[in-house]
Ligand binder design. Structure first.
Ligand code: ZN
Length: 313
């Protein structure tokens, strides 16, 4: 039987797993990302940890998914704002030298998309869009069952679609990007501002009266307990998400959209206003055919999808 190694590296942690051809994890390990260490030392450690995993001896191909901007042809991490030492790191060359195996490198949003294709749809989707709802809003496209990377490997930057032409400033330099509204920190900032003119005893108590301490979990817990203000904030976020997805549906005409990442915990509070915005803003035929699901495997998508880079090579 054939096995693959997947690596998922973010600013906070690194996950490594041996995965079979169907995307099942055979064995896995994870550790925090030490961003003060040199990239080659971290890659060496990844290689050491991988060798301890069950069935690693049967692995021929390794897939490496990383945060940031990746040249997937050369296997170079061009830039990642949360991994400052990794600028222009030739991950493919380094890891191939240590591991003596063929390595594929791509960004983490593309890894999550492949993970969703294998785990959430069991490869049944034909055209799939994956949207990661986290600190940033990531995106990836699977078209005709293949990962679509674009002409400079930059396709799928769904979080930077403009949803308000004179809107809030985004980290990318544009204004009014979906991420400026839907990124976890931006929703929390909206919540703190929203609460200035409203009363919510529950949110006041849960944050000790300091609304800058509000987190997605607090907002979720308050909504579970039917706090009206918390429900309104999720309604606002769901509406913004729906506006974004309406454009995605009109452009890509996918059969499946998979939503994943930290904020998808609030799926039931996001869904009603998201659906209304999609209904009002996208064409009927593509809307009708598109299934929208929240991933059941959010924490595994990156590492499983990375392993699948080799299958998709
Ligand atoms: Zn942007």
């Amino acid at each position: 039987m054939e096995f693959f190694l997947g690596i998922d590296m973010g600013g906070l942690g690194i996950k490594i797993a041996v995965v079979d051809i169907k995307g099942h994890i055979i064995d896995a390990v994870s550790f925090p990302t030490d961003i003060t260490k040199e990239p080659q030392d971290i890659i060496k450690r990844i290689n050491d940890e991988a060798q301890k995993l069950k069935n690693y001896s049967k692995v021929k191909y390794i897939g490496f998914g990383t945060a940031g901007d990746v040249d997937s042809k050369k296997g170079i991490l061009r830039y990642a704002y949360n991994l400052p030492k990794w600028k222009k790191t030739p991950i493919k060359t380094l890891l191939q030298t240590y591991s003596k195996r063929t390595v594929f490198v791509d960004n983490d949003a593309n890894a999550a998309s492949l993970g969703a294709f294998y785990l959430d749809t069991k490869t049944k989707a034909k055209n799939l869009v994956c949207v990661t709802l986290g600190t940033g809003i990531g995106g990836g496209l699977i078209l005709d069952k293949k990962l679509y990377r674009g002409s400079s490997f930059s396709a799928g930057e769904i979080g930077h679609i403009t949803i308000k032409y004179d809107g809030l400033a985004c980290n990318c330099g544009n204004i009014g990007c979906a991420e400026s509204y839907l990124g976890a920190k931006n929703i929390m900032k909206f919540a703190a501002d929203f609460l200035k003119n409203r009363k919510s005893k529950m949110l006041y108590d849960l944050t000790d009266g300091d609304y800058s301490k509000i987190t997605p979990k607090i907002l979720f817990d308050a909504a579970l307990r039917k706090d009206e203000t918390a429900l309104q904030i999720w309604k606002y976020a769901g509406d913004k998400l729906g506006i974004l997805l309406a454009s995605v549906i009109n452009i890509v005409n996918p059969d499946t959209i998979v939503l994943c990442g930290g904020l998808s915990l609030a799926s039931k509070f996001l869904t009603p206003s998201m659906k209304t915005a999609i209904k009002n803003r996208s064409f009927k035929a593509p809307q009708k055919i598109c299934k929208i699901i929240f991933s059941k495997y959010s924490d595994k998508l990156g590492v499983v999808g990375a392993a699948m880079f080799a299958v998709q090579k």
